[in-house]
Each structure stands twice: as structure tokens, then as C-alpha cells.
Write a protein that binds this ligand. Structure first.
Ligand SMILES: [Zn+2]
Length: 165
């Protein structure tokens, strides 16, 4: 297993801190303390309403939403976030103005803040196909803490992988 696959591209001093947290067995409690609010969005109908509400608030003029669903086949790194260093084309085959939003099922059981982060990410893709500067400006417009949340989500995924089984 490659425990830091979620953190590719982040600077070494950050990775050293993460390594230390893991060695001291503190990563899980740190995340649980910081992200205590459980995700109450339990099914696709609730997810649709949740995404629609965020879209109404921030991207009212974008194309209307199509389908919105939790997808158990989606791999977070491959389809949702890409690696930190990837600049473009991580969403192979994605249409430029995709109306459909699929959220990896792992987010259903993750803390509420991480769902908001990934929904903001996917909504931003309604206007920007690539992970470029304009894309991240949209993300931080919708969620000022976007970068911290994305980093902590990567920590969360790392922790899940380390503690699985
Ligand atoms: Zn993306």
C-alpha cells in the first residue's frame, strides 16, 4: 500500500507533519475533533436538494442540474479529486458543461464538511472543466475554506486507508 497517494504533490514539510501524526496515532482523533458534524445527506433525493441549494446560492446562472447521485463505483482519486499536481484532463471524458453530478459513496459516511467540499468542487466543474486557477477561484468563492478542507479530506482518506481492515 502507498499511504501517501492522496497527498502527492504536497510539500515535504507538510508530509513530515502528517507522518508524525500517524506515528503518534493522533491523525484520527485530530480529524474527529475538527470534523465532528456527521453528514445528514443520506440518499440521492436529499443529495439533489443539497446540491441544488448550494447551486442556487452561488451559481444560479449555470446550466440547470441534471442527475445528482451517490455512486459507489466512483474512486475519489481517479474521478473526483485527481492528484494535486495534475493540472488538467483528470476527468477523462467529462463534458465541458456536465449537468450530472456523481459523488463517491465514501462521502455519504464522511463528515459533513467533506461533502460540502466535494459538492463545491463538482459545482465548479459546471463552469470550468479543468483544475485551473479559475476553477479554484470558483471553489474558494463558494467555500472560503476550500483548500484547507481539500487537504483535510486527503488526510481523512489517508487515515481511512491506514485503519481499514
Ligand atoms: Zn475535479
Amino acid at each position: 500500500m502507498e499511504p501517501f497517494k492522496y497527498l502527492v504533490g504536497y510539500p515535504e514539510h507538510l508530509l513530515a507533519k502528517v507522518r508524525q501524526l500517524i506515528e503518534q496515532g493522533r491523525l484520527g482523533t485530530m480529524l474527529a475533533d475538527r470534523y465532528a458534524e456527521p453528514n445528514m445527506v443520506r440518499n440521492d433525493a436529499q443529495l439533489y436538494d443539497y446540491v441544488q441549494a448550494l447551486k442556487d446560492r452561488h451559481l444560479r446562472k449555470a446550466v440547470p442540474l441534471g442527475k445528482v447521485l451517490y455512486d459507489s463505483k466512483l474512486q475519489v482519486m481517479k474521478h473526483a479529486l485527481g492528484t494535486h499536481t495534475a493540472i488538467s484532463r483528470v476527468h477523462g471524458g467529462r463534458l465541458k458543461a456536465s449537468r450530472e453530478i456523481r459523488i463517491a459513496t465514501v462521502f455519504r459516511d464522511a463528515p459533513a464538511d467533506f461533502l460540502r467540499m466535494i459538492v463545491v468542487h463538482e459545482l465548479a466543474h459546471m463552469k470550468e472543466a479543468d483544475h485551473n486557477k479559475a476553477f479554484y477561484q470558483l471553489c474558494t468563492h463558494m467555500e472560503p475554506d476550500y483548500h484547507q478542507l481539500e487537504f483535510d479530506l486527503r488526510l481523512y482518506l489517508t487515515h481511512m486507508e491506514l485503519t481499514r481492515g
